[in-house]
Design a protein around this ligand. Sequence first.
Ligand code: ZN
Length: 180
Amino acid sequence: MIRPICRMGNPILRKIAEDVNPDQIKTVYFDQLIEDLRDSMKHYGGIGIAAPQIGICMKVCVIQLEGMNRYGQEINLPFTVFINPKIEVLSDEKRGYWEGCLSVPGLRGFVERPQHIRVSFLNEKCEEVSIEAHGFLATVVQHELDHLFGTLYVDRVKDPQLLVFQEEFEEFVQPTLSLD
Ligand code: ZN
């Protein structure tokens, strides 16, 4: 089911979400939550979404970057459910991307984040999984996990001049970007 998106200003986006008890996974309720996240992400055109964005204060987010090639990078992450995820930064190398967020519609902001991470989590089958992520995918994973800890990307925009409207982004910023 497509759920309405909580936008910046809604206090739920500023809470630390609750850890999921493994007993909750594989229940009808939980399967429905995952389906709602998937339906909502697709409907609103996101590449990831976190449970607090649809009003559920649990440490669950989903990402799907299948067949995408952004910024000249090959990225292929099939629909993945991250439950109680934890991040380990594997390299100090940082890079910035112009991020957007379903909860902050109409804006883009330039955020620098580590570009090599490991994320450990439970999947929807309650299996422990650990994946390494590089580049843009590492940024997307960190953006979604931030939602589980009450952080929005706008908090991480170091220079307020690098927060712009989507239309102005397309007109003025995008033409200046190199895609490597
Ligand atoms: Zn977001």
